[in-house]
Design a protein around this ligand. Structure first.
Ligand SMILES: Nc1nc2c(c(=O)[nH]1)N[C@H]1C(S)=C(S)[C@@H](COP(=O)(O)OP(=O)(O)OC[C@H]3O[C@@H](n4cnc5c(=O)[nH]c(N)nc54)[C@H](O)[C@@H]3O)O[C@H]1N2
Ligand SMILES: Nc1nc2c(c(=O)[nH]1)N[C@H]1C(S)=C(S)[C@@H](COP(=O)(O)OP(=O)(O)OC[C@H]3O[C@@H](n4cnc5c(=O)[nH]c(N)nc54)[C@H](O)[C@@H]3O)O[C@H]1N2
Ligand SMILES: [Mo]
Length: 767
């Protein structure tokens, strides 16, 4: 009989402190240091020649789209190269010569790899052939593609109901792969399509959909250049969207002003030294932020109400600060908003948000005079219990100023993954859409399921409770990205089969169901040839522009398949060739997939032709000020409550953020240069007065705990760093701190985990 091997898998890796060095935070972003660091990183990881020749075609019209963030490319990309330090790191990660191949898996057991840090796991290299982890085995072993597809098909056939399967998507997949995947999942019979959006901008989608009739932002890059005032709230563009700094610089050069609202004074928002300009390299660069409002974590609604109250006072005093014509003709709910603002006392709001009253006045003065206003935001607003309210409050401010549907004004939720918005547009969605179901029936002649699917949080619960048994992921690192790491780990381990379609090894490949498969896929930089025919894919950027992406590098291994081919072959194996959709044909010719997308969705007419070159914008009702789909045909003001946190003595609010050297769960290196942290990630930023009152020394090692409804969760061993952060607030990096986020704590309406406002305690005595 086969010997049973119990796998003892670590969800964190062994904790070993390295050499932590702390300096003053940087007072600017980019500059020559960014160029130096980029070159050093590329040289170390890949070699300079290979990396620079690949980078030269990134974000160019005939090249590939950066697999990093979703920031749009300018109409005329820079000849010097249209990429940033972090885009270059994303590429180095993909074009690394290291290979996690069958010899690697022979050498290291799953358990052994799980003891490594996330960075070490990622650095083991590209996945090169399909691998199988059989039940009770210690090692992954090679499997043929055909056998892998057959195994998946068999497990899916075994289920009592299609709703026992879950199909996750991360945001790097192309429109073609995502459309085909969504089509297969619906043809299979479920809407269980959680995606990384559920943990990311879902709150933005819900809030914008309800207030403006479209769950996407309304501005273009030109609008940002032409804005009179840009508010950057809950976002750290210097690290996460570095090319946005060039747009902000342009706005400043055109006379625009910038207000930054953040608990941290992030370097990228202070000053930008554009590495492509003489002044950026030799001079001091451009000061970006004119007014910095250091808000307490999750007190943005209080601050925004205070701002609107003061604007209202001016309006009442006869200064025309609101756009009354716009309010009358285009909006509903103004009176309710005004009486809500009247119900708060200024003193209470000042106390809640923690911003000095004078600073708020400076912002109000600017807002009063400007009409072309854009609000940009990211995870600092979305990942709270009241994430949806945060964004609705931003919309209130824009509507009062008439700053929607005109040039230089509007909403700018800055998306994370490079194609997360596109994946959603072409069908990755757990909600039921009647128009989509009708279109699928017309174009593909099948009935799509009418039952709502599960989002990220709810599919974890379903797996935990044994209601879902097969988990398939198109990209991503679900276990490390999702909340409540240990709970999520158990949920996945409960499954009969977990499958990951991926480019690189990650912890998600170690914390698996009884049987697990890794299906290796091509990356963005690689040449995609199916039966000798070169294919390209399309993606949608953060501003709703769709364009092509085509890689040119020789794939790291001949055994890789493209995402559309993998999805097509998986579908074909499941339907055993008996289905009205010719899956294999679609998987071989993406032009056919694009034709089907344009038959199913509006706005993709002549898709194949229009996506070439710099691409085309999808229709956007908010951009053109058309709110006809909303009640009464009007944009909706909303009444939102203040955030509520019932804090006990010695409770803190923790936000989990990204360092400058990571892309979500992929850790490029151990530094966070702009915040002055080198060599260590297990750190927690704390206000010096809080440290004093708890008698905590700089670099003291502590544990963080969270205790919701009597369940104690613990993240062990973090070094405390004294930092300029509001009292009562803490910051630490994810994924190390995801273990603290309770599975049942998520935003109202959007179900996004509360990764930015976790109530935690500090344990100072460690055995
Ligand atoms: N290099 C790099 N680029 C990336 C990523 C990456 O990991 N690395 N990730 C990509 C993805 S998927 C995403 S979604 C984006 C994320 O981009 P960001 O949202 O910029 O990323 P975070 O590090 O989560 O930073 C959130 C910011 O919000 C602030 N903040 C936290 N809580 C609050 C609050 O309550 N109020 C306010 N006003 N501010 C708050 C934090 O101080 C921090 O500056 O970046 C994308 N781009
Ligand atoms: N505590 C806390 N948790 C968070 C957040 C937070 O701020 N705080 N942020 C949340 C956010 S905004 C997001 S978007 C999620 C991210 O969640 P995910 O998208 O699930 O995670 P990533 O780390 O981006 O996924 C990285 C993996 O994707 C695979 N990959 C990379 N490129 C490709 C490709 O081209 N194709 C395929 N098939 N695979 C590829 C690689 O194997 C890599 O290891 O995390 C969320 N989790
Ligand atoms: Mo994200």
């Amino acid at each position: 009989m086969e010997k049973k091997i119990k796998r003892d898998i670590s969800t964190t890796g062994d904790i070993k402190f390295a050499n932590l060095k702390v300096t003053e935070p940087s007072s600017y972003a980019a500059g020559t240091a960014a160029i130096k660091k980029t070159l050093e990183h590329l040289n170390k990881e890949v070699g300079l020649f290979k990396s620079l020749s690949t980078l030269s075609s990134m974000n160019q019209k005939d090249g590939f789209d950066c697999p990093g963030c979703a920031w749009p490319d300018p109409e005329e990309p820079s000849k010097l190269g249209e990429y940033c330090e972090n885009g270059a790191k994303a590429i180095a990660e993909e074009i690394t010569p290291e290979r996690a191949d069958k010899t690697f898996f022979e050498k290291y057991s799953v358990e052994e790899i799980s003891r490594w840090t996330d960075m070490q796991i990622g650095k083991s290299g590209r996945l090169t052939e399909p691998m199988l982890l059989p039940p009770n085995s210690a090692h992954y072993v090679p499997i043929s593609w055909a056998a892998a597809f057959e195994l998946i098909a068999n497990e899916l056939h075994k289920l009592d109901s299609p709703d026992e399967a879950i199909f996750y998507t991360s945001g790097r997949s192309s429109n073609e792969a995502a459309f085909l995947y969504g089509l297969f999942v619906r043809a299979f019979g479920t809407n269980n399509m959680p995606d990384c959006s559920n943990m990311c901008h879902e709150s933005s989608g819900v809030a914008l959909g309800e207030t403006l009739g479209i769950g996407k932002g309304s501005v273009t890059l030109d609008d940002l250049h032409e804005a009179e005032l840009v508010i950057v709230i809950g976002q750290n563009p210097g690290t996460n969207h570095p090319r946005m700094l060039s747009a902000l610089e342009k706005c400043k050069n055109n006379g625009g002003k910038i207000i930054a609202i953040n608990p941290l004074e992030e370097a990228g928002l202070v000053r930008f030294r554009n590495p492509q300009k003489v002044n950026g390299i030799l001079g001091s660069g451009t000061t970006l932020t004119d007014i910095f409002l250091q808000v307490k974590i999750n007190q943005d609604v209080a601050l925004l109400k205070l701002v609107m109250k003061r604007l209202l006072s001016k309006e009442r005093e006869g200064e025309a600060v609101f756009d009354q014509d716009f309010i009358k003709s285009k909006t509903a709910g103004y009176e309710e908003l005004i009486s809500n603002l009247d119900s708060y006392s200024e003193a209470d709001l000042i106390q809640s948000c923690g911003v000095p009253s004078k600073k708020v006045d400076e912002a109000v003065e600017l807002l009063a005079k400007k009409n072309r206003i854009i609000i940009c935001w990211a995870m600092g607003l979305t990942q709270h219990k009241n994430g949806v309210d945060n964004i609705k409050e931003c919309v209130n401010l824009l509507l009062l100023k008439g700053s929607i549907g005109k040039k230089g004004a509007g909403t700018c939720p800055v998306r994370g993954h490079s194609n997360v918005q596109g994946d959603r547009s072409v069908g990755i969605m757990h909600h039921v859409s009647k128009p989509l179901n009708l279109a699928l029936k017309k174009v593909f002649c099948f009935e799509a399921p009418k039952k709502e699917g599960l989002d990220t949080v709810h599919c974890i619960k379903a797996m935990y409770e044994g209601h879902a048994k097969v988990f398939i992921a198109l990209g991503g690192n679900f276990v490390s990205a999702a909340s409540d790491t240990n709970y999520t780990a158990k949920a996945l381990q409960n499954c009969d089969l977990t499958v990951s379609i991926a480019t690189k090894l990650n912890r998600g490949h170690l914390i698996t169901g009884k049987t697990a498969l890794i299906l290796p896929t091509l990356g963005r930089t690689e040449l995609d040839e199916v039966r000798g025919n070169q294919q390209f894919v399309t993606v949608e950027n953060s501003m709703g522009k769709v364009h092509q992406s085509s890689g040119g590098r020789k794939p790291i291994s001949k055994a890789l398949k493209s995402e559309p081919s993998i999805v097509a072959e998986m579908a074909n194996a499941y339907f055993e060739g008996n289905h009205q959709v010719d899956w294999l044909r679609l998987g071989e010719n993406y032009e056919l997939i694009r034709n089907k997308i344009s038959e199913v969705y509006q706005g993709y007419e002549d898709y194949c032709i229009r996506s070439k070159g710099s691409g085309f914008y999808l229709p956007n009702n908010a951009r053109v000020g058309n709110f006809s789909k909303l009640p009464g045909g009007k944009a909706q003001f909303s009444v939102n409550k203040l955030a509520e946190h019932l804090l006990k003595k010695n409770d803190f609010i923790l936000m989990t953020i990204r360092s400058h050297d990571q892309f979500n769960t992929t850790i490029y290196d151990m530094n966070d240069r702009y915040r002055g942290i080198y060599g260590e990630r297990r750190i927690v930023f704390m206000n010096s007065e809080d440290m004093k009152s708890m008698a905590i020394q700089d670099k003291q090692v502590v544990n963080l705990t969270s205790n919701y409804n009597g369940v104690l969760r613990r993240a062990e061993q973090f070094k405390v760093i004294s930092y300029n952060i509001p009292k009562g607030n803490l910051a630490a990096y994810f994924p190390e701190t995801n273990v603290l986020v309770p599975i049942n704590e998520f935003a109202r309406k959007s179900n996004t985990p509360i990764s930015k406002s976790i109530i935690v305690q500090i344990e100072t005595t460690i055995d």
